[in-house]
Design a protein around this ligand. Structure first.
Ligand SMILES: [Zn+2]
Ligand SMILES: [Zn+2]
Length: 351
């Protein structure tokens, strides 16, 4: 079968590799779509800062390079291993792709996403989504309802990242929140926060193109952080008041420092972005007003179920920010995303 394998920094290859066979408790999927994630860009351009040490076998999965990338995918079950009902064959599924260590505080509590050693199927594992077939544990499948096609199914993973982040801030019904960054996770937050009841969701995003996409989806409270009087403008858009919660979906230190004083007392800043660079930060802004900072990573199975339900109810729109490309275009798409072209690219594996 054809697969995109990562061999090391700046080295992705479209290769012919053996088709996987499902073992006990596993299913084999024919991949429909697999999304390119910001973290795939980190892996490709700076694996040494990607959070995965590719110079040694992964401590949980034992995976080594070359690695088939792609952790945001949906497909159809085409074969099952021993112990899995043949009734699975033909099911269309999204895959919860986290592999935790299984024996730490986080994993014991069923929150493998918070396991320090956790990795993802398609980051450091046997196989990944940028391939014709892959094999995963049956326990990680989420069946897609009729109204959620494989394309939307491949968006469950990134939308669950945002859904999880939104839930982490607590009950935001009737609240006013700020999202920093209007990329795919910012778009996911805009959907999730409104669906979870926030009254006012302001998105701050420097790219006019990305603000246009959000406007096209129906977002009305859009802020340009590079406008000359950006701070006043943000106050005006938000109606003058502080925010009950702020979400960092941009990974920009200066943007975060500018936004924090706008967080109300006891409000929460949720960091969902990976920061490539450390930055100066004055904790006094947390002491005054007892503001909190919370990091989030991945999602639980419950987040997956809730996103799939919301998708099935027709609440997620993909116009203007989701495009498709063939398997041969993974590397060129990564280059394009680095240059600011496009937002979410789904690889249509069979194309
Ligand atoms: Zn991702
Ligand atoms: Zn663990």
């Amino acid at each position: 079968m054809r697969a995109i394998r990562f061999h090391g920094k700046h080295d992705l290859r479209l290769e012919e590799v053996p088709e996987p066979t499902p073992g006990a408790g596993q299913v084999k999927l024919r991949i429909g779509y697999a999304g390119i994630c910001g973290s795939d860009l980190h892996t490709y351009y700076s694996p040494e800062h990607s959070g995965t040490d590719y110079t040694v076998p992964h401590p949980v999965t034992g995976a080594e390079l070359p690695q088939i990338l792609g952790h945001e995918f949906a497909g159809e079950v085409v074969d099952v291993g021993s112990g899995v009902s043949a009734e699975r064959i033909g099911q269309r599924v999204a895959v919860w792709p986290i592999y935790g260590c299984g024996h730490c505080f986080a994993c014991d509590g069923g929150t493998d996403n918070a396991c320090i050693d956790a990795t993802f199927h398609g980051v450091a594992s046997d196989g990944g989504g940028f391939s014709e077939f892959t094999v995963v544990p049956e326990s990680q499948l989420h069946v897609l309802p009729a109204k959620v096609d494989l394309k939307l199914g491949a968006l469950v993973e990134p939308m669950a990242v945002a859904w999880h982040a939104a839930r982490a801030a607590g009950d935001l019904r009737d609240r006013s929140v700020l999202v920093i960054g209007g990329g795919p996770i910012g778009i996911g937050l805009w959907h999730a926060l409104r669906l979870q009841g926030a009254a006012q969701v302001v998105v701050s995003e420097p790219s006019a193109g990305r603000r246009d996409v959000l406007a096209g989806l129906g977002a009305e409270l859009l802020h340009d952080p590079f406008t000359p009087d950006a701070a006043d403008e943000l106050g005006r858009i938000a109606g003058g008041g502080p925010f009950d919660a702020i979400f960092d979906a941009a990974g920009s230190g200066p943007a975060l420092n500018n936004a924090l004083p706008r967080l109300r007392p006891l409000g929460t800043l949720v960091v969902v972005a990976l920061h490539e660079k450390a930055f100066d930060f004055d904790p006094t802004v947390l002491v005054l007003g007892e503001r909190r900072v919370l990091g989030v990573h991945g999602y639980t199975h419950e987040d997956y179920d809730q996103v799939i339900d919301a998708m099935s109810a027709g609440h997620y729109r993909t116009d203007g920010w989701v495009e498709t490309a063939p398997l041969t275009a993974v590397e060129s798409s990564i280059h394009g995303l680095r240059n600011g072209d496009g937002s979410k690219i789904l690889i249509e594996v069979a194309r």
